[in-house]
Design a binder for this molecule. Structure first.
Ligand code: NAD
Length: 368
């Protein structure tokens, strides 16, 4: 791999290779862009087949976090860490504490959270060595499960979409098809039910479907039926790549708005949705509620403030729809534009010298 060529392609700031012979730690911390603030992003543990694969994943995910934070109005940059190894076999207290020490050496340029393959227990080990951690369990001073906030954000994004398509911000009476009734999907159904939406649901777990039917009067369909169900909103809350060449011709919804990551199989499917008159709420914007919630920990967690910030996802989706119309581009492209415009605006501020560093330097000299 020509690593510097890769870094130059999307202007990555820094990549840190963490190696600890004793604990078996092999990890990569990728920091993409810190124009808006410290890079925040989860740690993923995965048995990558090659080191190139691990580096590529860390870089791709870190860049994604830059866009997500920027479009969500957060004062954060984008970063991600990956640990090479099988989460079922290669975990230990020492390995995660070692990673925590590496994160500490970055002095706050990278803040870690949970991601695929990482448990709250692993986060607690990291936390022993560094304070640059968010998303720990409530009992460890964190904000706990992000899923209810992700669901709340999805609801707000949906609101902005129905406003555009049906000229109302209420989901009362709307038919919403939810694919996946896990952590996010369940809470989303609860919120939609409270709002008076008609739910059509599916999951691979029969018990999750029965629960949604019992608690929210949801109509159950088979997993292979959900994408072609006639509805106002299709909410993918299970897997990525649900919008692809095969599924798209069967869509009978007006809006696609759910929590799943990488909903579009390829970027061109954003355009394909728009051509079919289907409004797409870009995944990384509409599912940012969890990130917005954990980011609040950096200011001393306040649930009310975090909730208010998550509610603003509706405004972000509105801005994206406006950019999409302004530039004549699909909403997935407009989301990137929103993020890039914000980063550009902040980085082009007058470079005023605020005086502080010199003052600090003077004081330090005086004490020597
Ligand atoms: P989860 O694992 O708790 O739930 C996923 C559910 O989808 C499970 O119940 C599973 O049985 C079901 N499922 C899987 N394949 C399916 C299929 N083919 N058809 C129907 N159901 C299927 O995950 P989650 O935390 O609820 O996250 C859901 C999605 O949202 C994921 O793509 C995740 O990456 C994304 N996301 C989650 C959060 C969060 O806060 N949890 C934040 C951002 C994005």
């Amino acid at each position: 791999m020509h690593i510097f060529e890769k870094l130059a392609e999307y202007r990555y700031e820094q990549v840190v290779f963490c190696h600890d012979q004793a604990t078996g730690l092999r990890a990569i911390i990728a920091i993409h862009d810190t124009t808006l603030g410290p890079a925040l992003g989860g740690c993923r543990m995965w048995p990558y087949n090659t080191e190139d694969e691990a580096v590529t994943d860390a870089l791709r995910l870190a860049r994604g976090m830059t866009y997500k934070a920027a479009a969500s109005g957060l004062n954060l940059g984008g970063g991600k860490s990956v640990v090479i190894g099988d989460p079922r076999k290669h975990k230990s207290e020492a390995l995660f504490r070692s990673l925590g020490r590496y994160i500490e050496t970055l002095g706050g340029r990278y803040i870690v959270a949970e991601d695929v393959g990482i448990s709250t227990g692993d986060i607690h080990h990291i936390q022993v060595e560094t304070s640059y951690v968010v998303g720990a369990d409530v009992s460890y001073g964190g904000s706990g499960d992000p899923s209810p906030f992700t669901a709340l954000g999805v609801l707000q994004g949906m609101r902005a979409c129905v406003e555009e398509v049906y000229d109302t911000t209420s989901l009362e009476g709307s038919a919403v098809a939810v694919q996946g009734l896990g952590h996010v999907g369940y809470h989303l159904c609860r919120l939609l039910h409270e709002e008076g939406a008609r739910l059509i649901v599916t999951d691979l777990q029969a018990s999750a479907v029965r629960r949604a039917a019992r608690e929210f009067g949801a109509k159950a369909v088979e997993p292979d039926e959900i994408l072609s169900i006639p509805c106002d909103v299709l909410a993918p809350c299970a897997l990525g790549a649900v919008v692809n060449d095969e599924t798209l011709p069967n869509f009978r919804c007006r809006i696609v708005a759910g929590s799943a990551n990488n909903v579009l199989d390829e970027s061109r499917h954003g355009e394909a949705l728009a051509e079919r008159g289907i409004l797409y709420a870009p995944d990384y914007v509409i599912n940012a509620g969890g990130l917005i919630n954990v980011a609040d920990e950096l200011e001393g967690y306040n649930e009310r403030r975090a909730t208010k910030r998550v509610m603003r996802i509706a405004d972000s989706v509105r801005s994206i729809i406006a950019i999409s119309k302004r530039d004549g581009v699909p909403t997935n492209v407009a989301a990137d534009t929103l993020a890039l415009e914000r980063i550009a605006a902040i980085s082009s501020m007058e470079r005023l010298h605020t005086g502080h560093p010199y003052g600090q330097l003077q004081r330090r000299r005086e004490t020597i």
